[in-house]
Design a protein around this ligand. Structure first.
Ligand code: NAD
Length: 484
C-alpha cells in the first residue's frame, strides 16, 4: 500500500497544497524513498492558522463543556488503541526506530498519555469557587489559551505530538501541528483518527514542513501559544520570538543526562537498565543518559561490564524484532555522530568499543557503531554536548558528592538515574541532581507526573495536571453579592 499523500489536513478535510513542493520520506535502513508528501509553505501555514483561528473564535469546541470534549477525546483514544501496531510501524519506516522500541514508546506510550490526560481532565479544577479575602466568594476559571502551534521533532514524533495536542484539545484550544519533515506519516494517521472521533472542523490542522516554515508559524499573529520539542538551539530562537510577541511558550529541549553507578549497585542489573536508559531509540532520545558516572574504585569493572554489554547489542534492520540499535534518522545525523566519535579521540578519551565505520555485516543504511569512551573528563565536548546517537562516556568520580557535582556540571537538566542497592541513598542522590525527572534503579515516564527540564533543557512541563494547566489561562471572576 502506498504511503504517499497529496494534501494537508486543514479545516476538517484534505486540502490541496499551495505549492508543488514535496518532502521525500527516506528509509534510514534501505536509503530508499518510502513516501512522498507535500511540503508545507507559508501559505499553507496561513490557511491552517486561519482555520484554527475560526474554529477558536467562532466554532463550538472552546464553548463545549470539558465533559463534552472529554467524550470526543475518549472516542479518539479508543480509535488510537486500535492502531498501535500500524502507528509504530509507520514510525519505524519513516525514522528507523527499532520495532522493539517503537512498539513500546512510539505508539503505546502516546496512547497511555491520552488515557492519562483523560483521567486528569475528569478531576481537573476547570472552575472553582473559593472564599475571597474581601469577604465574598471568587470564581477561578481555567480557560483555553487560543490557537496553539505544536512543533514536534522526528525522534519520537507521536510521543511529542500527543503530549501537546491532547491537553490543548481537552482545555478547549485549537491547534496547528507542524510535524518534522523527516516524520510526516504518523501525523496523517493521527488526523484520520481525530476526524473519525468527531473533533470538529478546524480544531486540529496539520502541515508538515521544514524549519523556515516553522519560524513563520511561530511568529504568526494568529497563534497564541507555541508548544515546542526539539533542540536547545531552536528553542532559544523560538523563545526569543515568543518573548517579543508575549506569546505563551513551552519548550522541551535537549539533554546530557548522567547515570550514576554507586559501588553497591548490582552490576548485571545496572547494565541491563543502562541498555535502555542510555541507548533507547538508538541513542536518539532527549532523556538518554549518555554520561555514565563510575567511582574510581569500581571504574575498571564498570567500564568492562559496559563494554561487554554494548558490544553484545544487536545492530541492524529496525524491522527485525531482535534489533536493539537501528540506523540514525538521516545521513546528516550519521555524519554528526561520527564527527563526535572522532572528536572524542582527539580530546584524549579512550575508545573502548565501537568507533567510526559501518557496524559488522552492514554495508548500507545510516548506521553508526555503538561506541563507549572511557577516561572521559566531564569538561570534554563529548561529555557536554548532546550527540543524539549511541555514544557513551564513562566518567570517573571520587565519592558521591563528586558524582552529584559532575552530574550537575552541565548546561542541561532533563533526566538522570542512580544505580544502588540502597534505596534511601538513591533517593538522596535523586534529590540533589538538578534535573526534571530522575530514576532510582529504573527510568520511566509516568504520565501522571510532570516531565520537563531544568536549565537549558526547557521551560514548562508536559504531562500530569501541570501539563494540562499549560494550555489554560487563569481568570478570576468576582460575582456581585446576591440581592437581599
Ligand atoms: P530541531 O530543533 O532541529 O527540530 C525540531 C522541530 O522544530 C522540527 O519540526 C523542526 O522543523 C522545527 N524547527 C526547527 N527550528 C525551528 C524554528 N526556529 N522555528 C520553528 N520550528 C523550528 O530538533 P530535531 O533535530 O528535530 O530533534 C532533536 C532534538 O529534540 C534534540 O535536541 C532532542 O534532545 C530534542 N528532544 C527533546 C525532547 C524533550 O522532551 N525534552 C524530546 C525529544 C527530542
Amino acid at each position: 500500500m502506498s504511503l504517499d499523500r497529496d494534501s494537508f489536513f486543514i479545516d476538517g478535510g484534505w486540502a490541496a497544497p499551495a505549492t508543488s513542493a514535496t518532502l521525500q520520506v527516506v528509509s534510514p535502513h534501505s536509503e530508499q524513498v518510502v513516501a512522498t508528501v507535500p511540503e508545507g509553505s507559508n501559505a499553507d501555514v496561513d490557511a491552517a492558522v486561519a482555520s484554527a483561528r475560526r474554529a477558536f473564535d467562532e466554532g463550538p469546541w472552546p464553548r463545549m463543556s470539558p465533559e463534552e470534549r472529554i467524550e470526543v477525546i475518549q472516542a479518539f483514544s479508543m480509535l488510537y488503541a486500535g492502531k498501535l501496531t500500524e502507528m509504530a510501524g509507520l514510525i519505524t519506516t519513516e525514522m528507523g526506530s527499532p520495532t522493539s522500541f517503537a512498539n513500546l514508546a512510539q505508539s503505546p506510550a502516546p496512547w497511555m498519555q491520552i488515557e492519562s490526560f483523560l483521567t486528569i481532565a475528569r478531576a481537573f479544577a476547570w472552575e472553582e469557587t473559593r472564599p475571597g479575602a474581601l469577604g465574598a466568594d471568587v470564581i477561578v476559571r481555567r480557560e483555553p489559551v487560543g490557537v496553539v502551534a505544536a512543533i514536534p521533532p522526528w525522534n519520537v514524533p507521536q510521543f511529542t505530538t500527543i503530549s501537546k495536542v491532547v491537553p490543548a484539545l481537552l482545555a478547549g484550544n485549537t491547534v496547528v501541528v507542524k510535524p518534522a519533515p523527516e516524520t510526516p506519516l504518523d501525523a496523517y494517521l493521527m488526523a484520520e483518527l481525530l476526524a473519525e472521533a468527531g473533533v470538529p472542523a478546524g480544531v486540529v490542522n496539520i502541515v508538515a514542513a521544514g524549519r523556515e516554515v516553522g519560524e513563520h508559524l511561530v511568529a504568526h499573529p494568529g497563534v497564541d501559544k507555541v508548544a515546542f520539542t526539539g533542540s536547545t538551539a531552536a528553542g532559544r530562537k523560538i523563545a526569543a520570538v515568543c518573548g517579543e510577541q508575549l506569546k505563551r511558550v513551552s519548550l522541551e529541549l535537549g539533554g546530557k543526562s548522567a547515570a550514576i553507578v554507586l559501588d553497591d549497585a548490582d552490576l548485571a542489573a545496572t547494565m541491563e537498565g543502562l541498555k535502555f536508559v542510555a541507548l533507547m531509540n538508538s541513542g536518539q532520545a532527549c532523556v538518554a543518559q549518555t554520561r555514565i558516572l563510575a567511582s574510581r574504585k569500581n571504574y575498571g569493572a564498570v567500564v568492562d561490564a559496559l563494554a561487554e554489554t554494548v558490544s553484545g547489542m544487536a545492530v541492524g534492520d529496525p524491522e527485525d524484532p531482535a534489533t536493539e540499535i537501528g540506523p540514525m534518522v538521516a545521513q546528516r545525523q550519521q555524519e554528526r555522530v561520527e564527527k563526535y566519535i572522532a572528536l572524542g579521540q582527539e580530546e584524549g578519551a579512550r575508545l573502548v568499543v565501537g568507533g567510526n565505520g559501518m557496524p559488522d555485516g552492514l554495508s548500507s543504511g545510516w548506521y553508526v557503531r555503538p561506541t563507549v569512551f572511557a577516561d572521559v573528563d566531564n569538561r570534554m565536548r563529548i561529555a557536554q554536548e548532546e550527540i543524539f546517537g549511541p555514544v557513551l562516556s564513562v566518567i570517573p568520580y571520587d565519592d558521591v558528592d563528586d558524582a552529584v557535582r559532575i552530574a550537575n556540571e552541565s548546561d542541561y537538566g532533563l533526566a538522570g538515574t542512580v544505580w544502588t542497592a540502597d534505596q534511601s541513598a538513591g533517593l538522596d542522590v535523586a534529590r540533589r541532581v538538578r534535573a526534571g525527572t530522575y530514576g532510582v534503579n529504573t527510568y520511566t515516564m509516568d504520565f501522571a507526573a510532570p516531565f520537563g527540564g531544568f536549565k537549558a533543557s526547557g521551560i514548562g512541563r508536559e504531562f500530569g495536571p501541570e501539563g494540562l494547566a499549560q494550555y489554560t489561562e487563569l481568570k478570576a471572576i468576582y460575582p456581585s453579592a446576591p440581592a437581599m
